[in-house]
Ligand binder design. Structure first.
Ligand code: SAH
Length: 344
């Protein structure tokens, strides 16, 4: 169970060794609490006087024996005790897939890693709006925009490694999944080369979730039993167009707005029929989400005003979304009819 309590000005006693409590202290301070510290059960090394009767005791499980009598005394006198795990071992990197941009599609593992972080290096497409609520870590924007890199990939890797070697728990928060056009493999290799422990938390990739946000299933029984995810950051070759057109499944293109024209022309030249349905889904799960549906022959003009970030979907599955939205529209019509009948 989770409760939200306004801690502004409340006295919170955080118990546990300095290393184990560092994130908890930052979190309570960020929430506006007046934090005091007790680092051993014998009462050693606390900063300033202890509160007579704290509003809350945050008992960080640092593995030291001897805390229980103190915590039991707090409980019997009616002071709530919130037990929480210690901060993880210092000096490692966690690559976290942040999903397509909404906090709701972060995994539980991603939320835990953010909570345990000292520093977060995040990308533009990661869900960064709510980060101050999810972590008390230092937040560093290393976001790249198409065309110009804010911080070069080599510098991101150096920053991550240096911060971990300084003893920080580093989270590298990336949009979608770290291993889908996310340079996750390179970042893992940089950590391994520097002897920094590294792990990867998979994320919800935009390749599947952004079409879903527009009601498009990438596979659908008897419509498409495969999907291919392609990067459109550079035009595909004639051979690649041929192979894609020959597969007969759904084609999902990321980073494809700049090469949309070449893609549509290339697939048509490779024999795909101009009536093949195609969708451009911009800003999935974000304000201003928009879907443009056309076909291979008309998409270039229909999507002229579309911009990044966007996912392109080519295939009969696009019709499934259209059919479902017609049903949704019919349901809305029924609702309106029912409301007007009830009102009359
Ligand atoms: N690792 C990411 C992809 C990184 S490449 C993942 O697994 O999702 C960046 C591309 O992802 C963008 O150019 C766009 O094509 C797509 N993308 C990511 N988030 C998106 C969103 N919210 N809406 C539309 N497209 C998105």
């Amino acid at each position: 169970m989770q409760l939200s309590i306004d801690l502004t000005g409340r006295e919170v006693l955080v118990t546990g060794s300095d290393h184990a409590v560092r994130q908890a202290v930052r979190r309570y301070q960020a929430a506006g609490a007046v934090v005091s510290r007790l680092s051993t059960p014998q009462g050693a090394a606390h900063d300033g006087p202890l509160p007579e009767r704290p509003f809350l005791v945050a008992a960080v499980d640092d593995g030291q024996p001897g805390w229980e009598p103190l915590l039991a005394r707090c409980r019997t006198t009616g002071v709530p005790v919130a037990v929480e795990p210690a901060a993880g071992p210092a000096g490692h990197v966690t690559l976290v897939g942040g999903g397509p941009g909404t906090t709701e599609l972060l995994t539980v593992a991603a939320v835990d890693a953010l909570r345990d972080a000292d520093v977060v290096f995040y990308d533009r497409l990661a869900p960064c709006g709510d980060l101050p609520l999810l972590t008390s870590a230092e937040l560093v924007d290393v976001g790249k925009r198409p065309g110009h890199h804010k911080v070069s990939q080599a510098d991101i890797e150096k920053l991550m490694v240096a911060s971990a070697l300084d003893g920080n728990n580093v989270v590298r928060l990336k949009g979608g999944d770290p291993y889908v056009f996310g340079r996750g493999g390179e970042e893992v290799a940089a950590c391994v080369a520097a002897g920094v422990p590294v792990r990867v938390i998979s994320g919800v990739t935009s390749a599947i979730s952004v079409p879903a946000a527009a009601g498009i299933p990438v596979t659908h029984r008897e419509v498409s039993h495969m999907f291919t995810v392609v990067s459109g950051h550079a035009p595909l070759t004639e051979k690649e167009h041929m192979h894609l057109a020959g597969l007969g499944g759904t084609i999902v293109v990321l980073m494809g707005i700049g090469t949309l024209h070449q893609l549509a022309a290339g697939l048509r030249k490779a024999g795909m029929r101009p009536e093949m349905p195609m969708a451009v889904v911009e800003r999935g799960y974000r304000p201003g989400q928009r879907t443009t549906i056309a076909d291979l022959g008309t998409i270039t003009s229909a999507a002229a005003g579309c911009s990044n970030p966007a996912v392109l979907v080519i295939g009969e599955v696009v019709r499934v979304a259209e059919a479902n939205s017609t049903h949704a529209g019919a349901a809305a019509d029924l609702d309106r009819l029912a409301a007007s009948l009830l009102g009359s």
